[in-house]
Design a binder for this molecule. Structure first.
Ligand SMILES: NC(=O)c1ccc[n+]([C@@H]2O[C@H](COP(=O)([O-])OP(=O)(O)OC[C@H]3O[C@@H](n4cnc5c(N)ncnc54)[C@H](O)[C@@H]3O)[C@@H](O)[C@H]2O)c1
Length: 192
């Protein structure tokens, strides 16, 4: 097992680097939440325009102020990139790409599959890959694992793979990314 990356120690010492794939309504608030803990984030988006927009200090979202993005960049805690090679630097890679419902009302996994194909080209031993996108149980094992393993690395041996569905609720005045519970009960049940 080469999964010796000591995530907690690295987080405490400020050395942990989080990679986020997909800088939209889920990805950017996640980056912002990690930055608030002084954890460095490299955000990768397939859209060069989106990466350029963020690097220019524009959030593109009403509930995250441009000034906040500018602050994240100035503190060197965040940078956006269009180059997947930059994800090699990350200890953990969180995937927050779209999974819209298809004509059969099933999540369209084409974005997740495309992401895994890209990650297979840059994956390195010791990394933790976490799917944040909304999907059905089994996606990590049945869909992602075989694609990621085309890298030649084995899940659970060389890299770790997990699912932690995001419960982002943009504009919710009561809960934000870092305070929404990810337990089985809904956030409202849990907190209310
Ligand atoms: N928006 C919400 O409130 C919300 C809440 C809970 C869960 N989710 C889930 O989170 C996931 C992401 O949703 P979102 O609203 O953030 O989507 P979004 O459309 O706002 O952002 C997705 C980003 O991913 C990028 N992207 C697409 N394909 C990519 C690829 N192959 N590689 C890198 N980047 C890529 C897009 O350019 C875009 O910037 C979905 O599964 C969604 O169902 C969203």
């Amino acid at each position: 097992m080469t999964l010796s990356n000591n995530f907690l120690e690295k987080a405490k010492s400020g050395d942990l680097v989080i990679g986020i794939v997909g800088l939209g309504y889920v990805g950017l608030p996640l980056a912002e939440a990690y930055n608030r803990q002084n954890t460095k984030v490299i955000g990768y988006d397939i859209s060069k325009a989106r990466a350029d927009q963020l690097n220019a200090g524009q959030s593109g979202m009403k509930h995250i102020a441009d000034a906040r993005v500018q602050d994240m960049i100035e503190k060197k805690l965040f940078r956006a990139t269009h180059n997947p090679e930059d994800l090699k630097e990350a200890d953990t890679i969180l995937i927050a790409v779209p999974t819209p419902l298809d004509v059969h009302h099933q999540p369209d996994l084409s974005y997740v599959k495309a992401t895994c194909k890209t990650l297979a080209t840059v994956l390195r031993p010791g990394q933790l890959i976490v799917l944040e996108s909304t999907t059905y149980p089994g996606t990590t094992e049945e869909v992602m694992k075989p694609i990621l393993e085309t890298s030649g690395l084995k899940a659970g041996v060389d890299f770790a793979l997990a699912y932690s569905p995001e419960r982002e609720d943009p504009g919710n005045p009561d809960f934000e990314t870092s305070t929404i519970c990810r337990c089985r009960r809904s956030p409202r049940e849990h907190h209310g």
